[in-house]
Ligand binder design. Structure first.
Ligand code: GDP
Ligand code: ZN
Length: 339
């Protein structure tokens, strides 16, 4: 007998699978991964659509024999097939650069992005209007929330239909409070930061999908806090609605244009997030050259004096080894407050 389902939790070598075809006795099986999958190095993660064999209805056990193709994949925490990214930021001072970074990540994942600005109760109407207009200008509508006062929750719920949603955003913006509002039976602790690590307690690796009660599922893991932008320099432009808008009808002369003043470039520099674009571009170029260095160690030694090194031109990224360089990138991100 063959069944299909979705992995809702992973613990050690066990996978909880919610079946598409619930049986009278249960709609969930605790599964192991078939040895064949292990052999070919096929990981199974939360959100994966899987084929389950050998169901034992009494013991509520089964075996995962196959992982169906993923339509996207988030690495940290590992979640597959994300349908929507619910981004949460908060007043009184949402950080535009940080919002931008998460938005770009959402575009990269090619999922629906739902942008929420929480703690609306801390600001006045004109301030909200200014932010709303600003984000619309970027290409995004934002939902004002006051999780504490219950404002905006119903409106947000209308956007959370079938499929897998994941909450993301910096710590302290109210993600745990929001989870508690959306899933009262869940009750995760709020407002606490682990004194030992100086981080929210939700940065653990454990991820689980919870039912929202309307066919939708929410990953209870605000652990996705520091999106290192994983795209190539060329793909970054497609993550900005402002750029897409500008080159929709009038394309740049060169197909590999990075919109940095190249001849025949059709993207103006006169828009608010252009500076974000330039900074992110420098970042992804740094990462790209790091990857090139790893796959082709020769490349580094071949670099001539004053030659092909501009991708690593930021002084602070010049470290002695790749490892410390990656660490410094991480630290830089942590320095942006995304911990
Ligand atoms: P998380 O780190 O993103 O999970 O944030 P928490 O849910 O732990 O909330 C951080 C703090 O913000 C807590 O002290 C909450 O009480 C507070 N908070 C959450 N929602 C609101 C809100 O709508 N308005 C205000 N003023 N404070 C809020
Ligand atoms: Zn261009």
């Amino acid at each position: 007998m063959t069944l299909t389902g979705c992995v809702t939790a992973v613990q050690a070598n066990f996978y909880r699978v919610k079946l598409d075809q619930p049986q009278a006795s249960t709609d969930r099986l605790l599964c192991v991964r078939r040895a064949r999958l292990k052999k070919i190095g096929q990981q199974v993660c939360v959100g994966d659509r899987v084929v389950v064999t050998e169901p034992d209805w009494q013991g509520m056990r089964g075996a995962i024999a196959e992982v169906l193709p993923r339509h996207n994949f988030l690495e940290r925490p590992a979640i597959a097939n994300i349908d929507r990214l619910i981004l949460v930021f908060a007043f009184p001072e949402p950080d535009p650069m940080q919002i931008s970074r998460f938005l770009v990540y959402g575009e990269f994942l090619q999922t629906q992005v739902i942008l929420c600005l929480n703690k609306r109760d801390l600001i006045d109407e004109p301030t909200w209007q200014t932010w709303h207009a600003r984000l619309l200008d970027w290409g995004y509508d934002a939902i004002p929330l006051s999780v504490e006062q219950g404002e905006g929750i119903d409106r947000l719920k209308t956007h959370l239909g079938k499929g897998i949603g994941i909450l993301a955003g910096p710590s302290g913006v109210g993600k745990s409070s929001l989870i508690n509002r959306l899933m009262p039976e869940q009750q995760v602790p709020t407002g606490s930061v682990d004194p030992k690590y100086g981080r929210g307690r939700h940065t653990t690796r454990h991820v689980e999908l919870f039912e929202l009660g309307n066919g939708g599922q929410l990953a209870d893991s605000p652990g996705f806090l520091q999106p290192l932008l994983p795209m190539t320099p060329l793909a970054l432009g497609a993550c900005f609605p402002e750029i897409k808008r500008q080159i929709k009808t009038d394309r740049c002369e060169f197909s590999d244009c990075l919109h940095q003043g190249e001849p025949g470039c059709k993207v103006s520099t006169d828009w608010e997030r252009y500076s974000h674009y330039c900074q992110f571009l420098a970042e992804v170029q740094t990462q790209a050259s790091l990857r090139a260095e790893t796959t082709n160690p020769e490349a580094k030694t071949k670099t001539k004096k004053g030659g092909a090194e501009p991708l690593l031109s930021k002084k602070k990224y010049r470290r002695s080894s790749r490892r410390s360089l990656v660490q410094s990138l991480d630290q830089d991100l942590e320095g942006t407050g995304q911990t």
